[in-house]
Design a protein around this ligand. Sequence first.
Ligand code: DGL
Length: 259
Amino acid sequence: MAKPIGIFDSGVGGTSIWKEVVKMLPKENTIYLADSINAPYGEKTKEEILRLSIKNTELLLNKGCKIIIVACNTATTNAINYLRNHYNVPFIGIEPAIKPAALQTKTNKIGVLATKGTLSSSLFHNTSKLFAEGITVVEQEGTGLVELIESGQLYSEEVKRLLTSFLEPMLELNIDCLVLGCTHYPYLMPVIKEILPNDVTIIDSGEAVACQTKTVLGRNKLLSNSIDRAEHVFYTNASVKVLKDLIDWPTAQVSKLDF
Ligand code: DGL
């Protein structure tokens, strides 16, 4: 097997990034780790998030990955600097897309829905300061959403109730862009769209991450030129069914692993 792209998340949410990666890089093999047993990372301390990110990275490196995508805003904002300084492969991270939102807003008010761990990180604060000068950034913790997605409840009444309680106050503050700052949240898009009026733009960074991955692989001469069909291997330390249902990819190998 040609060296794979390694991807990890606190659970199943990073598969929203994996889908964009596979679309943009169809020849690449991938290995995905869903650390669902430890979800949500967003409620943990920076030290715990770092420890878990190191554990996931080392497992992916032991499996021969040539690049690692940290498909989790919470792990990126708390751990990517450490990972980049300590391991000898390129790392791609994901952060709430403040910059594109700041460029698009007409009301000068943008909303960011993310985990507590992301919103409290210094990387998030620095990015906001850098790209959203003069713009009001309305921050909202998405408490409870990751747990519902991890248990396979994407369209439940509870999801609708929570999202309504998070998004309505943002609308009252006149946001016209909503940044999805957690890789789990794109799976809630149908419910989010039901709540938000059409003139609020929803921004997520999945495609940008895939694009950046392609650029970095190219720059490091790591792009695959294999003619075999790409292999996609998934490991979860919790429910195989929830992960399988979300990725919806018949040839993917999904199995349980204790890590
Ligand atoms: N997908 C993770 C993120 O992007 C979820 C965080 C969590 O586990 O709380 O932040």
